[in-house]
Design a binder for this molecule. Structure first.
Ligand code: TMP
Length: 215
């Protein structure tokens, strides 16, 4: 499908992937290789509306299956509206979370059957698999501490809220889920120790992508 490259960034809340995406984007644009950056849930007009429902729904009770389908709905739109066309044009797409997140969060975290999510992922992505996935692995306890330190920033506050809502045990299950996925697909999913400085992590990210992106 297309000639572009899809790189996805995964990990538990507060793992630092968003910082890495912006470091990589800057690195690539300085070398004349601009990348399209997007995120899940979101990245499209409808996706941004659904993101608000998913992440800021306050007191609204959201059944786990409903939640799963809303994530998949965002994904179906993002793939068709933005990712597929960009890949067809030969662009490099950096996506902050993708299908693996639903397996880790709604599957391992909430207990929705993994095979069901894999089927939904195939439908939503139209069979599109990332060229490579970088998994930023960190103990959720450490991520929570880091997030609390960033409390005053936008994402810091949001992340801390989510930690408080879901609790540490949930995030431990999610982390385990991501690790299982990396074991299943070691060629695609590269595990990166995220308990280091952003600069150290950035160097490892480049190490994984140098050949793929010829940079
Ligand atoms: P983020 O933008 O900080 O990565 O946060 C997105 C949140 O949405 C994060 O808590 C993980 C969650 N999420 C899921 O639970 N399932 C999914 O499929 C996706 C894409 C995200």
């Amino acid at each position: 499908m297309g000639k572009g490259i899809l790189i996805t960034f995964e990990g538990t809340d507060g793992c630092g992937k968003t910082t890495q995406i912006s470091l990589l984007k800057d690195y690539l644009s300085k070398r004349g290789k601009p990348a399209t950056v997007t995120r899940e849930p979101g990245g499209t007009s409808i996706g941004d509306i659904v993101r608000r429902i998913l992440l800021h729904s306050g007191g609204i009770a959201l059944n786990s299956l409903t939640e799963t389908l809303l994530y998949e709905g965002c994904r179906a739109q993002l793939v068709r509206e933005l990712i597929q066309p960009a890949l067809e044009r030969g662009e490099t797409v950096l996506c902050d979370r993708f299908a693996d997140s639903t397996i880790a969060y709604q599957g391992y975290g909430r207990g929705i059957e993994i095979e069901t999510i894999k089927t939904l992922n195939r439908i939503a992505t139209d069979g599109l698999t990332p060229t490579i996935t970088l998994l930023f692995d960190i103990d959720p306890k450490i991520a929570l501490q880091r997030t609390s330190l960033r409390k005053n920033s936008n994402t810091g506050g949001e992340n801390e809220e989510r930690f408080e809502k879901e609790g540490l045990e949930f995030h431990k299950k999610v982390r385990q889920g991501f690790k299982e996925l990396a074991k299943e697909e070691p060629e695609r999913i590269k595990v990166i120790d995220a308990n280091r400085t952003p600069e150290e992590i950035h160097l490892e990210v480049l190490g994984h992508l140098k050949r793929l992106l010829s940079v």
